[in-house]
Structures are given as structure tokens and as C-alpha cells.
Ligand binder design. Structure first.
Ligand code: ZN
Ligand code: ZN
Length: 134
């Protein structure tokens, strides 16, 4: 068997210009947005369009005010059965995060960055952190 035919083809260097940081940032941002849209969509499919806190009901017309919250505040934790997601209206969602921050501050923990993407949406937060470390 000729294994060489299975070897991945090396991409030709296009004038070997290093990819500039802007392109990298743009792509990372796009990836993150894609991920967010995916879990939001999934959560809205799994859970009813009702705020889990105040019970407000939503329809296609005001659905943008319904956000997806991560129960454990870890937005990388996205089990496909939706067990870490909760549909919350933007007000309850904000409350939830404020409570969580108060809780962390009370424990004297460092509070940093974007816990998940909801009402306070800062797609650059994690990138900024990454870049600071340079
Ligand atoms: Zn609510
Ligand atoms: Zn949240």
C-alpha cells in the first residue's frame, strides 16, 4: 500500500505572509458567535420560550429578549440535552449574573471577564485576556 497518498497535502505557502492578528481575532470572534448561536438555538428548541425565573412568555416577535443562561456559569459547558441551559429574560438574566458576581465577591474570589454570553455580551473579553498574557 502506498501510504504517501494518504498523507495530508501541505498547503502551498501563499507568499508566506504570516497571518495578521486582525484576521485571527476576526476568525476567533466568528467562531465564538457561531457557538453562541448554536447553543441559543438548541436551548430554544429544547426549553419552552418562557423565562425560567419570572415566567414571562415569549414569541417570535420578542424572542431576542429571551437569553440563554448557563446554570453553572460556564459557557463552555454545553451538554446537548440542555441540562446546563436556562432560558431567561434579559432582566432576570442580568439579575442572575449580578447575584453570581456578588456571591463571588463575597467569597473574595477574583471576578474576571465574561461568565457566559448573555445580556452582557463581550466577545472580545477572552481574546483580550489572551493578548494581555503576551
Ligand atoms: Zn424573567
Ligand atoms: Zn448567564
Amino acid at each position: 500500500m502506498d501510504t504517501r497518498s494518504f498523507a495530508p497535502r501541505r498547503q502551498k505557502n501563499r507568499k508566506s505572509k504570516p497571518e495578521d492578528i486582525k484576521a485571527v481575532v476576526a476568525r476567533a470572534r466568528q467562531e465564538q458567535r457561531k457557538l453562541e448561536e448554536t447553543y441559543r438555538e438548541r436551548s430554544l428548541k429544547i426549553h419552552p420560550w418562557v423565562c425560567a425565573r419570572c415566567g414571562r412568555e415569549f414569541s417570535a416577535g420578542n424572542l431576542h429578549e429571551l437569553t440563554v443562561h448557563h446554570k453553572d456559569h460556564d459557557h463552555t459547558h454545553n451538554p446537548p440535552d440542555g441540562s446546563n441551559w436556562e432560558n431567561l429574560c434579559i432582566y432576570c438574566h442580568e439579575n442572575e449574573h449580578r447575584r453570581h458576581l456578588d456571591h463571588l465577591e463575597a467569597k473574595g474570589m477574583e471576578v474576571g471577564g465574561d461568565q457566559d454570553s448573555g445580556f452582557t455580551h463581550t466577545p472580545f473579553a477572552s481574546l483580550k485576556d489572551m493578548m494581555k498574557k503576551e
